[in-house]
Design a binder for this molecule. Structure first.
Ligand SMILES: C[S@@+](CC[C@H](N)C(=O)[O-])C[C@H]1O[C@@H](n2cnc3c(N)ncnc32)[C@H](O)[C@@H]1O
Length: 233
């Protein structure tokens, strides 16, 4: 069951107006259009069709190797850095139950709206049933997590610092970087290491130092990124 409330267009507009940014939000048949006018950046957020779905359906993704290891029976994932929910949605599409946590109320509301749309679509309701999102700070969420929780994998994808030598990130990531920032992620990582039932997975830029200088037990590498995996059992 989707726990996210259905977010009305009016609520999204109110949150967008309250944002300090020159932000345009509208809803059309392609999903939620998010536009950062000052940077001339625009994209559609939707879990039903479009680029997020195209990416998510690919079966050979390193994310899946890191978080969806069939032999280890990783069924439930806690994604502490939901952002646009692309990684979480990808994992849910491939069968896992995912709880998304996002500190930024506007970003959370956009993702919650897209999730409600997904749940209302009979062809996609089953996937939506595996996803939920909460607007809360990850540290607070972990501090209140009961000892008998069922999260096999806790996932973190901190925003990477801009690097002069690397290409600009995709426009949806540039918008995210303008709207929000990392908060207390090293503390969240330490808490996650104590709480994950089976593993913690951290997405890093290919050549970045491991988070908190903790050497991972396993690493799954892609072209520009890698996933550091910490086994907790
Ligand atoms: C790089 S983005 C994640 C992108 C995401 N993996 C996706 O697939 O769209 C990082 C997100 O983590 C959120 N974040 C950072 N620190 C947080 C915290 N302490 N609690 C909750 N969310 C946090 C940011 O607001 C941002 O939206």
């Amino acid at each position: 069951m989707v726990q996210s409330p259905s977010v009305e267009a009016g609520q999204l507009l109110t949150l967008a107006e309250a944002s300090a940014h020159d932000l345009g939000i509208s809803i059309d048949d392609r999903g939620v259009a998010v536009e950062l006018t000052e940077l001339k950046l625009r994209f559609h957020h939707s879990f039903i069709a479009g680029p997020i779905v195209k990416r998510a359906i690919q079966t050979n993704q390193t994310l899946l190797k890191a978080c969806n290891n069939k032999q280890r029976n990783i069924r439930q994932v806690l994604d502490l850095t939901a952002g646009w929910g692309v990684d979480g949605y990808t994992l849910a599409r491939h069968g896992q139950r995912v709880t998304l946590i996002e500190q930024n109320a506007l970003i959370q509301a956009i993702v919650a709206h897209s999730l409600a749309q997904l749940a209302a679509d009979p062809a996609n309701a089953e996937i939506a049933g595996r996803l939920s999102i909460e607007a809360i700070d990850a540290k607070r969420y972990l501090q209140n997590l009961p000892g008998d929780h069922e999260f096999d994998c806790i996932y973190l994808d901190p925003m990477f610092p801009a690097h002069k030598s690397t290409a600009k990130p995709a426009k949806e990531m540039q918008i995210l970087q303008s709207l929000t920032e990392n908060s207390d992620l090293e503390t969240c990582f330490e808490l996650a290491l104590k709480q994950a039932r089976k593993r913690v997975v951290v997405k890093r830029a290919a050549r970045a130092e491991p988070l908190g200088q903790h050497k991972p037990d396993l690493v799954q590498r892609a072209k520009t990124i890698r996933f550091d995996i910490y086994l907790t059992t």
